[in-house]
Design a binder for this molecule. Structure first.
Ligand code: GDP
Length: 363
């Protein structure tokens, strides 16, 4: 007996998680539809290789123009594609940017989620379509207990987090009100070589790789004391799918259970480049100085060179100082455990960004 392939629709397909999730679902035999925004420049770099991969049947991967701010467009795409699973990964996802564009962030991140849930209802797909919402550890903001788990009270600290708080609760409400199979994955920070260049980990690996090759002089950072629980996006998209395969919809925290500072991530990145740093000074005057160089990955550096400085422009009006997740429920109920350590991830990101920097240095 042959079964029809399952159909997934991913918002945010051009982002870090969207691209990893698309690969994961295609591997599982899904037909994958993605929604991308029209922009004046190309924005599909993270999924272009899927088209080029001869192992993937291209008819199983399709992109649609759309936008989470456009209700009729969303209804039409969902009607056309009749998805078994919707993964809502699309968002204005940068915390600092949300202070600059709070209304847009609310429209896309909060009301955009409502638009998708309403589209499922309008089209009478409540029984067919399962819904995954990309919720976030930013909901915990000014943390009320440590580590944070599914029952920890929320205290959002940015327009981004407040918008995501609405999205979280509207998902819970539609599950309870209409019996929708809808869940929140409360994901702690997750990174990879595909992470956007302005998030802190990627900014560090890319910035220091460029400095090592002489393409830039100094990396300007915000709060070096911030503590985060960083995992690898590849591990986390697997769990997004697992959440939609259960008998009952439930919300889960996805985290590693380990926490490190931004300063520590800078140290690991430098070490990957064969460089030892010493942090000197305090607050806005803190700098990182090169004290030892080995190997051939950082030919542009000199001993004593200052390669990291603090620039208050990267401080946030309200900061989330510390996040540490407890993934106990995911482990116990779904058997999920992260496979890639933060150090392995840092190593992969530096290798990727160093290769790009070397290519640029040759130009
Ligand atoms: P977030 O946890 O979703 O805000 O993810 P980010 O990667 O943007 O930021 C993680 C932490 O790093 C936050 O506490 C930031 O304040 C801190 N941070 C320190 N310097 C920087 C910087 O230059 N850029 C960014 N994006 N974050 C920084």
């Amino acid at each position: 007996m042959s079964t029809l392939p399952r159909v997934a629709l991913i918002t945010g397909i051009t982002g870090q998680d969207g691209s990893y999730l698309a690969e994961f679902l295609l591997e599982k035999g899904y037909i994958v539809h993605g929604i991308k925004r029209r922009a004046s420049s190309f924005n599909t770099q993270r999924v272009d290789h899927i088209y080029q991969d001869p192992h993937v049947d291209n008819a199983r991967f399709k992109l649609h123009y759309g936008d989470l701010s456009d209700t009729s467009n969303l209804v039409r795409i969902i009607q056309e594609t009749q998805p078994d699973e919707i993964y809502n990964l699309g968002a204005q996802s940068h915390v600092a940017v949300s202070f600059e564009a709070p209304e847009y962030t609310a429209d896309v991140d909060a009301i955009g989620t409502l638009r998708l849930l309403e589209a499922i209802r309008i089209l009478g797909l409540e029984k067919k379509t399962r819904f995954y919402q990309a919720s976030t550890s930013e909901l915990y903001g000014l943390v009320q207990e440590t580590p944070q788990k599914e029952t920890t009270p929320f205290y959002p600290r940015s327009p981004y987090a407040v918008a995501k708080l609405y999205a979280y609760w509207i998902v819970v409400n539609y599950r309870e009100a209409y019996g929708l199979y809808a869940c929140n994955g409360i994901l702690f920070n997750h990174e990879s070589p595909r992470r956007g260049e302005t998030f802190v980990t990627r900014k560090i690996t890319r910035g220091l790789a460029n400095i090592a090759q002489g393409l830039e002089a100094c990396l300007y950072m915000g709060n070096l004391d911030a503590l985060r629980d960083w995992g690898h996006a590849k591990d986390y998209v697997r769990m997004q799918w697992m959440m939609l395969q259960q008998d009952q919809p439930e919300d889960f925290v996805i985290a590693t259970g380990h926490q490190y500072s931004v300063r520590q991530f800078i140290d690991w990145t430098a070490a990957e480049l064969g460089v030892t740093l010493q942090f000197q000074g305090e607050g806005v005057n803190e700098v990182a100085v090169v004290t030892h160089i080995q190997g051939d990955k950082a030919p542009a550096l000199k001993l004593g060179q200052v390669i990291v400085k603090v620039d208050p422009r990267y401080f946030r009006p309200t900061e989330v100082e510390t996040l540490l997740g407890d993934p106990g429920k995911a482990k116990q109920k779904l058997g999920w455990e992260p496979e890639i350590t933060v150090q392995e991830m840092c190593s992969e990101m530096v290798a990727h960004d160093l290769e790009a920097a070397r290519r640029h240095a040759l130009l």
